[in-house]
Write a new protein. Structure first.
Length: 212
């Protein structure tokens, strides 16, 4: 996700990007940070909000792709759009050019309003995007690809071939890890996340307090 908003200085709040591959457990991790009082800003949620009926972004998408990408209620035909961008890289680029500046501006506005010492900014496809210029740290939730495949199959009720195709369309695991400042291993049981999140929470509080 390309962040086109480049403020002259970083927001005052220390900002940690949370990312990871599909079915890696990003929500399980972000939920634990949230329970510790950390503000969590999810760019997927923003992406859904900006294409609600009546939003200018949805009108731009309809103009670029055609009115048949809207249903009878004027909502985005998400399944059809997902299929289009999965099969057509040029269409994916066209959609990103519409969505990403709007999402980035909204995310920056929400981060700027945070009063907690730090916040978590969830960007699932951070590795596939241009870098966001104003973030402070990158946290990657990591699992082996074999675990991702099994989890996607169980979660979505799809075949192994379909799950492998989804993973193949994302950045490779090593590319995500190359960008990481911190890594959470989510290959074990859910309760194994608790200590890792608590340790990072204290680390981020300290880093936020020493941020110039």
């Amino acid at each position: 996700m390309q962040a086109s908003v480049k403020p002259s200085s970083r927001p005052d709040v220390f900002t940690v990007v949370l990312t990871g591959g599909i079915a890696s457990g990003k929500t399980a991790v972000s939920d634990r940070f949230s329970r510790l009082g950390v503000p969590v800003i999810d760019t997927d949620r923003i992406a859904h909000e900006v294409v609600e009926p009546g939003q200018p972004t949805l009108q731009q998408i309809a103009a670029a792709f055609g009115a048949d990408y809207l249903d009878d209620a004027g909502r985005l035909e998400r399944r059809k759009m997902r299929q289009t961008i999965f099969e057509n890289p040029a269409a994916k680029t066209r959609l990103e050019a519409i969505l990403h500046p709007v999402i980035a501006a909204s995310a920056l506005s929400l981060v700027t309003a945070v009063t907690f010492p730090y916040c978590l900014l969830v960007i699932p496809l951070y590795t596939e995007s241009a870098r966001w210029k104003w973030i402070d740290r990158v946290l990657v939730v990591d699992v082996a690809e074999s675990i991702q495949i099994e989890r996607v199959m169980a979660r979505d009720g799809i075949s192994r071939e379909e799950a492998e195709a989804i993973l193949a369309a994302q950045a490779e695991r090593k590319a995500r890890l190359a960008l990481a400042d911190d890594v959470i291993d989510n290959s074990g049981e859910p309760e194994d996340l608790d200590q890792q999140v608590n340790d990072l929470h204290h680390k981020y509080l300290a880093l936020a307090g020493s941020r110039p």
